[in-house]
Design a protein around this ligand. Structure first.
Ligand code: ADP
Ligand code: MG
Length: 462
């Protein structure tokens, strides 16, 4: 069927649907549908932004949609839902220019209003210390951030915060920016390393290096998010090295975040590595259950959404790897709760969040799954993976399991260490030792490869 015809038919169906459904439900479920004109003549293709809509619509609204089409005189059409991924893609603002936000005397009386942009530009007003829930996983990073805001350029310089994605690094670094601005203590620049790089390249191309340097070397608090992006970018590293020195010498504060530890950022100049270690390095980990519940409660109050404590617990128990996913799940659950007008049962939550929960289970599987698989392969007990004993017949498989965890999971060294009842240095040692043995030992290489295949991490060569 051609597009115009499809749109015309769908519009008629919508007239029917809008009179049959409440405006809230119509807007939420029908409003997102678009008619498309591909496929055979008797087929009406309806596109939706993601698989969740597709499932929900097929399950709950298909009969009604068919009825609407009949009412529009189109009884014999087949309806096919399709996901059109491009529709939900957020348009990121192409903000090459990173704003420097001023406060204090210089800008007194006309303090700039903070705005949230999508691209690594300005500060998100929700990312404040007040909104940041403190728990064992982030106590240290939080305390260090507060100390920096108390005495910028003097407490810890630079402050280097690392941790996996979605654990709150951006939130914390932006909170520092806002806190300093609120105190009127000088100029703050928050930017992502990617935006910094783009801006540098643009300055190079347009012969505006002097202005670029002046801007970045006269800031009181420079916050650079995701500094791991510097990996392999030689000339940006060179430039950043000088920016760093100039700020540091003038006792200006530098704060950096990274999704991995400094020594794991590949192709980073030694002199930058050592500078990043000058101040304080702190790691953020995933929040424990209580903190996750507290974060969900805080979010619920902040967004003024109605959802039961029981549902919050369910979400906190099942989403264990990433706070961004935790929030996404809360929003999804809350939107159905409001639609339903009654509390969500655990079965409903399980259905609503099944994709995310499945992903969680896969990641959760890996460390233990690897231990289990390796233990089976070497015919030792799972408990041997964490025991303190070190006879060679146990120690070697244990090292292999550590090696595989390091290679195949997103877990940090400390958390892998934890899972084996050991510290990060042991994991690092095991990883190096197995890695170097593999270079000379073909049968070990074969063993590792076959274990990886069984774990589903790599496909067989050829
Ligand atoms: P990262 O930069 O580490 O990838 P973000 O800072 O973007 O993670 O955090 C992801 C989401 O989780 C954000 O919406 C943030 O506000 C929220 N978040 C993370 N940690 C906390 C916390 N401790 N308290 C409240 N919200 C948090
Ligand atoms: Mg971030």
């Amino acid at each position: 069927m051609e597009t115009n015809k499809a749109k015309e038919i769908w519009k008629k169906a919508c007239d029917f649907l809008s009179s049959a459904l409440s405006p809230d439900i119509y807007g939420r479920w029908i409003g997102v549908i678009e008619a498309a004109g591909d496929g055979p003549a008797e087929q009406l293709t309806l596109t939706v932004p993601n698989g969740f809509y597709q499932d929900w619509l097929e399950e709950h609204y298909l009969p009604l949609i068919q009825k609407a089409l009949s009412a529009a005189g189109e009884e014999n059409l087949t309806i096919s839902f399709e996901v059109d991924g491009s529709r939900m893609v957020e348009k990121s603002v192409d903000a090459v220019e990173t704003p420097v936000i001023e406060s204090g005397r210089k800008a007194a009386g006309k303090r700039k209003v903070l705005k949230a942009y999508n691209a690594g530009g300005a500060l998100n007003p929700r990312h404040t210390f007040d909104n940041f829930v403190v728990g064992p996983s982030n106590t240290f990073a939080h305390a260090a951030s507060l100390a920096v805001v108390e005495a910028p350029g003097r407490a810890y310089n630079p402050l280097f915060i690392h941790g996996g994605t979605g654990l709150g690094k951006t939130h914390l670094i932006q909170a520092m920016g806002q806190a300093l601005l609120n105190r009127g203590k000088g100029t703050v620049c928050y930017t992502s390393c990617e935006a910094f790089t783009n801006e540098f390249i643009q300055a190079l191309q347009q012969h505006e290096l002097a202005a670029f340097r002046k801007k970045y070397r006269t800031i009181d608090l420079l916050l650079i998010d995701d500094i791991h992006f510097l990996a392999g970018k030689e000339s940006t590293q060179e430039e950043f090295f000088h920016t760093f020195n100039s700020l540091y010498e003038n006792q200006k504060q530098i704060v950096l975040t990274s999704d991995r530890p400094i020594n794991e950022i590949s192709n980073l100049q030694k002199r930058l590595v050592s500078r990043f270690e000058w101040g304080l390095v702190t790691e953020m980990e995933m929040a424990d259950l209580e903190t996750r519940v507290a974060i969900l409660r805080r979010k619920r109050d902040q967004l003024d959404i109605r959802i039961e404590d029981g549902a919050l617990f369910f979400i906190a128990e099942h989403i264990r790897s990433n706070i961004r996913k935790l929030e996404g799940s809360l929003l999804r659950a809350a939107s159905y709760a409001s639609l339903l007008g009654k509390p969500l049962t655990n079965e409903m939550l399980e259905y609503l969040l099944r994709d995310t929960i499945e992903q969680e289970n896969q990641t959760a599987l890996t460390v233990e799954g690897i231990q289990r698989m390796v233990a089976e392969h070497y015919d030792i007990r799972l408990g041997d993976m964490t025991s303190k004993q070190r006879p060679q017949n146990i120690a070697f498989p244990r090292q292999i399991a550590m090696y595989l965890c390091r290679e195949m999971t997103e877990q940090s060294l400390p958390s892998i260490g934890n899972a084996f009842g050991r510290n990060h240095a042991t994991v690092l040692h095991a990883h190096r030792s197995i890695g170097s043995k593999m270079k000379t030992d073909a049968s070990l290489r074969q063993t590792i490869l076959s274990l990886q295949q069984r774990l589903g991490g790599v496909t067989a060569p050829g």
